[in-house]
Design a protein around this ligand. Sequence first.
Ligand code: AMP
Length: 568
Amino acid sequence: MTSFREFAETCQAIEKISSTIETTNKVADLLKKVDVEELPLATHFIMSEVFPAWSGEQLGIGTSLLYVSLSKASGMAIQSIESLIRTTGDIGDTALLILKEKRKNQVTFSSFLEEQPELSITEVFQRFKTASEASGKGSQEVKVRNLQFLFTSSTPREAKYISRLALEELRIGVGEGVVRDAIAKAFSVPVDVVEHALMVTNDLGIVAATAKQGGIEALKTLGIEINRPIKMMLSQISPDINADIRDMKEAAIEWKFDGARVQIHKSGNSVTLFSRKLENVTNSLPDLVEIVRKHVKAESAILDGEAVAVDEDGRPKAFQEILKRFRRKYDVEEKMLGIPIQLNLFDIMYLNGRTLIDLPLVERRKELESCVESSVEDSKSICVDEQVITGDLEIVEKIYREALRAGHEGVMVKNPNSLYSPGKRGKNWLKKKPLMETLDLVVVGAEWGFGRRANLIGSYSVACYDPETSRFMQVGKVGTGLTDEQLKELTEMLSGLMEGGEAGGVFAIRPKVVLEIAFEEIQKSSNYNSGFALRFPRFIRIRDDKDPEEADTIQRIGRVYSQQMKRL
Ligand code: AMP
């Protein structure tokens, strides 16, 4: 068993260094030391995860629960903890201070502690797991008791990282890239083999343990598995789509549907559906499950597609309609089922035990067509997205116009020879759609409304993402464009994410919720830490299919700003 102390020491060391190479070395040293059984846990922990992202397991520990547990473990009043957080600005530093103080005052207690066995990584995980699984009556007590146990059995330094881990934010800047390189280094395996193993397993914990146990050979045997969702391949906007098509010589053109991405796992009669964020949405979409059961003729398969809400004539409805269906987690109301869904399939990653991501698109396409059976009458509920392979720009333009006329978003332009690259955004999938400049931004703060909206959150501070520092940089405040219903919905979503205290009706929000924002112009501004400000920002929609790290980046804002200056 590896002690949690070793893990906390690594975090502390990393916090003091800024070079990525040194950070990677520290992570590699840790991975080498950890037992193979605990390696998946340590690998996730160091990336601020308790459970692998694909598992759908949610830790569900909010700040208030953490304050109660810290208060019980230390004897300090919750108000004092909150005011300490306002000065330190961080839960980890606060936990460290509180527990140091407590130990100083309790010499006898600390001598007792010295005799206590050290906390292991497994034990920390198990306490988190028990807390996360508690539900229903009495669940709060169970959660608090388990966290309190961790705080009373840990040293102040361990408590610092336990409390940050409880909020899944270690603040040490270690992401997937660093851990991938660290695995390669620790177990002397090539980075590209680790990268491929990550793409098929979507779990660096499994990759690390496999690399340690069986090296390169074992890594190469890893494949895709049903019900372990892989990341979605992503697309990008091209600044010059015609040049890109010319480069490809021939491109595969498909309609771009405006709905919700869905990854479908089928094994026999069992069908599981995952959203773009890899949440299990099967229970919300029983009609989609039926469609797949009826029309997908494969013993086992993993398919990629877009679910679109349609009206009686099969025309697509607004994107919000389908998201309403995805959000219904438990009681799928009758009226929700009244919104018919059409499933448009465009890719296949796995078929009857074979991983297909390393085949070119044209080959995958043949496999996809071979296992979907639907007649013309069925096309309202399922279809394989039509694909035209062409190098003729006029034909591309014609398909694009047809797609828009049929009520879709535009077209996708894909490289026919490209492999399926989970989680990658690149030139192999490009999108062509009418230009309406919007940004996907993350809510990092909020303010109560007033008057009629006094008990609703009325305005939101929004931020872009800086992938280089993993920080969110504020670009403006949004308070217009929202209906009362949307305000209510957002108030509910955000109230569990408040951080620290409230000052004059204003408070910080943990960066979790992404909004699509329209605006008139980007200006340079010293009011916000991004150095930019949006002029006339306007709410368009909630992007709950996106993770905060997928928000628009500070680099994109810089680019839009420069393009705008050129146009002036
Ligand atoms: P965007 O959300 O604007 O980045 O556009 C990419 C999204 O378009 C994908 O994630 C899919 O949800 C959606 N989409 C619709 N039709 C297709 C298609 N034929 N191929 C790939 N993605 C598609």
